[in-house]
Design a protein around this ligand. Sequence first.
Ligand SMILES: [Zn+2]
Length: 249
Amino acid sequence: MRAMPREPRLPVVSDVPERAMVVFAHPDDAEIGSGGVIAKWIAAGCEVTYVLCTNGDAGTTERSLTPAALAARRAEEQRAAADFMRVKHVVMLGYPDGFLDDTREFLGDVVRAIRQYRPHTVFVHDPYRIRNFQHRDHRKAGLTTTDAVYPFARDHLHFPEHITQEGLAPHKVRELWYWGADEPDLIVDVTDSIDRQIAALVRHESQMPGFNVATGETIGARLKRGAAALAEGYDFQYGAVFRRLIARR
Ligand SMILES: [Zn+2]
């Protein structure tokens, strides 16, 4: 039975900030989580920085591939995807896949990237999702990035060595956008950019086999099916949804 058409219920956000950052656990998470919006914003002149937390060296079912070989391949794929998206800066923190933890070191790494590239908006995994299984690294990346945005990057007495020794300045991020949220509170029209998102995603060739095995559906078709369902009831074809925190002025 087909569900009734949904009433538009989330506000449609169309503002494009000057600078944005995507913090993500594994190669390809950025394209899956925020690729449609990022492609749209870059086309509109936004400068985007990627912060990749792990090297993805556990993400395969191919037994013959060593972790080192897989990490090298996935770094290459991520660079290709970022280049295609015209992402300006790519920071690779290089933690091993499955080892992300809410440590001082990891927090300092994300704070440093925020202070260096100064985004208005930061995208990350929603660490508070409870309705589905979620990779541990996704939760850790989401939690640590939330802390990095507020208050650690903002306040000069946190990680003061960034300021006194590395020449950086504190930075206040205005908006934090979570993908994968149980209860999203905004939608973006990605009708014109979803093909670019898919084209970037298929640069992650080592990850593509896993997408087709279960259903035979291509990653592009699956992504479009989901985005079309989200856009039901709105006056556009494909949507992407997020949960947003806005910092007080
Ligand atoms: Zn991941």
